[in-house]
Design a protein around this ligand. Structure first.
Ligand SMILES: C[S@@+](CC[C@H](N)C(=O)[O-])C[C@H]1O[C@@H](n2cnc3c(N)ncnc32)[C@H](O)[C@@H]1O
Length: 278
């Protein structure tokens, strides 16, 4: 059966809005574009689409399956990564954290960059894409995520390490220029409101001890071990951790120039610090 794209998108927008989807028109258009195999911008060039295929996707989105799981892809800065069940969907705020690391990487000659808690590899791949001189490593522990990570880095120069952050990359100790990370940071027991997150992001990508800072504590120790004197760490945290996350980086024997930064919505979102050196 075929119907006009315009009618289908209009109807789907109402269905998604009624289901509480935050950006119903955008998602309806994205799903129509996915069914047609075109970009959203090219939708206007098409009159009809396969309504059965479209309606099936709209129903799943109305059940709050993440849009990116339905299209199989997530846009991140200038790249796209494949995502689905078992891997965390990269977020727009992480593009800002990654951008800060990329800015510093541009100032270094052949920077050695490590993405800890890599998930789909979005951060590592964006660094490799925008800093052609960088050597980039990505560390991820979970079997379900590593499958997506390996698929996404195929054909790029990002090197994958299937390892726990605490014990990773012993061979790079004291040599790394930049550590970038988006660790799990949700406190145990916190309410996760969005069904997309609660039902579809892997638990191990979210929860991080009673105060949400357990993984950031491991990150602090690991970054201190990996970085050369003068090297930088950029680490994302929850918007309520604008004081508590940088407070983990207060040992002057390890860190200097510690500061916290906002995301595009003006909320505290990531910290940066410089490894103290002799
Ligand atoms: C919030 S997700 C971030 C993924 C990716 N960096 C992004 O921003 O889309 C955190 C990731 O850390 C991984 N992870 C959790 N604990 C880990 C550990 N101890 N060692 C390595 N990876 C870990 C999870 O499997 C998950 O993929």
């Amino acid at each position: 059966m075929a119907t006009t794209v315009r009618q289908a998108v209009k109807r789907a927008t109402k269905v998604l809005a009624a289901a509480g989807v935050p950006s119903p028109r955008h998602d309806a258009e994205a799903l129509a574009a996915h069914v047609l195999g075109v970009t959203r911008g090219d939708l206007v060039r098409h009159e009809t689409l396969d309504v059965a295929a479209f309606d099936a996707l709209v129903a799943r989105r109305a059940a709050r399956v993440p849009l990116q799981h339905l299209t199989g892809r997530a846009a991140f800065r200038h790249i796209e990564v494949e995502v689905g069940p078992g891997v965390f969907v990269p977020r727009p705020e992480t593009e800002v954290t990654t951008g800060a690391a990329i800015e510093v990487a541009h100032m270094l000659d052949r920077p050695l960059v490590v993405d800890l808690y890599a998930g789909s590899g979005a951060m590592a791949l964006a660094v490799a894409d925008e800093v052609p001189a960088a050597e980039v490593h990505a560390v991820e522990a979970e079997d379900s995520a590593i499958t997506w990570l390996r698929r996404n880095v195929a054909g790029t120069r990002v090197v994958v390490h299937h390892a726990d952050v605490e014990r990773c990359l012993l061979e790079l100790t004291g040599t790394v220029d930049i550590v970038v990370a988006n660790p799990p940071y949700v406190p145990l027991g916190a309410e996760v409101r969005d069904p997309e997150v609660a039902m579809h992001d892997p638990a191990v990508a979210l929860w991080s001890g009673p105060d949400g800072l357990d993984a950031l504590r491991v990150l602090e120790r690991t970054a201190a071990r990996l970085l050369r004197p003068g090297g930088y760490v950029f680490a994302e945290h929850a918007d309520v951790q604008g004081l508590s996350a940088p407070a983990l980086f207060t040992d002057p024997a390890r860190w200097e120039d510690v500061s916290d930064h906002a995301d595009l919505a003006g909320r505290p979102r990531y910290l940066s610090a410089r490894r103290t050196g002799p």
